[in-house]
Design a binder for this molecule. Structure first.
Ligand SMILES: Cc1ncc(C[n+]2csc(CCOP(=O)(O)OP(=O)(O)O)c2C)c(N)n1
Length: 291
C-alpha cells in the first residue's frame, strides 16, 4: 500500500491568523485565488522562508498582508518593480506578485510590459475583477463594454484589454488564465507558473460582487462565477478555432509557454564576467583610472 507522507494542505498553516477576520467582502473571489496560490505553494514544498510575496494597492494588493511568509505591501502599480529588484538580488527566493487589474494594467501597465519582455523568474498573479474594487468601483482597463461603474455612469465605452494577449505580445514566456470556479485547475495553473523558469503571468477571473456586481445587477457571487464560466471557450475549441465563437469568450489554461533565456541568469553571468575581467586587469597591473 502506498502511503502519501506529504502533510495534507491546511490553508491556516500559510496564513497570519492574527490578521483575521480579513477585510474582503462576502462573495469576493480574491480569497479563492489566495487559497489556490497557497495550495500550489504547499504542493511544491516551498519553504515559507524562501517565499517572498509582493503586492501593490487594492483589494488584491491587500492579500500579501495575510500570508505567513516574507511579504511586501508596496506602492500602487509598482509591485513588479519591487519584485524585479528582489528577484535579482535574491535568486534563492520564490518571488510572487499579487496584483489587481487596475494595479497591474493601469498605473502599473508599464512595469508589466517590461517584466514580460525581460523574462526574470517571478510569478505574477493578476486578480481581474473588472473594476477598481478598493476605491469604490471606478472603471478599470478590463471593465467589459457597457458595464456601469462610478466613472462610467452611462456604461463603459472603452474597449478593454485582454491581459493575457497583452502579456504574450510583450514577450511573456508563460501566460495562463483561469476562473475561481475551477479551484483545482487554478491551483494547477499557478503551480505551473511557479515552476516556470522565467516570467509567468497568470490572470485569475475573480468577481467583485458587492460593488461591481451590485451596480450591474449581476446577482450573487455564485451567479457571477457561473456566468464567467459560461463565457469560457472550451479547450477543445481553443485548440482548433482561432476566432471567438461567441462574443466575449475567453480561453483558459496555459495559453503561452516558451523557453527563453532567464534575465537573472544572464545578468549574473555578465556580472561575473565583468568581475573576472576587472580582476585579470588588476593582476596584470592595469591601473583602471589611467586605462
Ligand atoms: C498613486 C495612487 N493612485 C491611486 C490610488 C488609489 N487606489 C487605491 S487602490 C486603487 C485601484 C485598485 O484596483 P485594482 O488593482 O483593480 O484592485 P481591486 O481593489 O479591484 O482588487 C486605486 C486607484 C493609490 N492608492 N495610489
Amino acid at each position: 500500500m502506498i502511503v502519501d507522507s506529504a502533510p495534507a494542505f491546511d490553508v491556516r498553516d500559510y496564513l497570519r491568523l492574527e490578521m483575521m477576520p480579513h477585510f474582503l467582502c462576502p462573495g469576493c473571489g480574491h480569497g479563492i485565488a489566495l487559497r489556490a496560490l497557497l495550495w500550489a505553494i504547499h504542493e511544491l514544498g516551498i519553504d515559507k522562508d524562501k517565499l517572498a510575496v509582493v503586492s501593490g494597492i487594492g483589494c488584491a494588493g491587500r492579500l500579501s498582508a495575510y500570508i505567513d511568509a516574507n511579504t511586501f505591501h508596496v506602492t500602487h502599480g509598482r509591485p513588479l518593480a519591487y519584485a524585479t529588484g528582489l528577484a535579482l538580488a535574491r535568486p534563492d527566493l520564490h518571488v510572487v506578485v499579487i496584483t489587481g487589474d487596475g494595479d497591474c494594467l493601469a498605473i502599473g501597465g508599464n512595469h508589466l510590459i517590461h517584466a514580460c519582455r525581460r523574462n526574470l523568474k517571478l510569478t505574477c498573479l493578476m486578480l481581474n475583477n473588472e473594476v477598481y474594487g478598493m476605491t469604490g468601483g471606478q472603471v478599470s482597463p478590463t471593465t467589459s463594454e457597457s458595464r456601469l461603474t462610478t466613472t462610467t455612469p452611462l456604461g463603459n465605452s472603452e474597449p478593454n484589454f485582454d491581459a493575457c494577449a497583452l502579456a504574450a505580445a510583450a514577450g511573456a514566456s508563460f501566460v495562463g488564465r483561469e476562473v475561481t470556479h475551477h479551484v483545482p485547475k487554478l491551483k494547477e495553473l499557478i503551480r505551473a507558473g511557479l515552476e516556470h523558469p522565467g516570467f509567468a503571468f497568470v490572470e485569475v477571473l475573480s468577481d467583485c460582487t458587492e460593488i461591481f456586481g451590485r451596480k450591474n445587477e449581476l446577482g450573487s457571487s455564485a451567479e457571477m462565477v457561473l456566468r464567467q464560466k459560461s463565457e469560457l471557450r472550451p479547450s477543445a475549441y481553443r485548440d482548433t478555432v482561432d476566432t471567438p465563437f461567441r462574443s466575449n469568450d475567453l480561453p483558459t489554461g496555459i495559453l503561452t509557454k516558451t523557453e527563453r533565456p532567464e534575465y537573472g541568469m544572464a545578468y549574473r553571468k555578465a556580472a561575473a564576467a565583468q568581475r573576472a575581467n576587472t580582476a585579470a586587469r588588476a593582476s596584470a597591473g592595469v591601473n583602471e583610472r589611467k586605462a
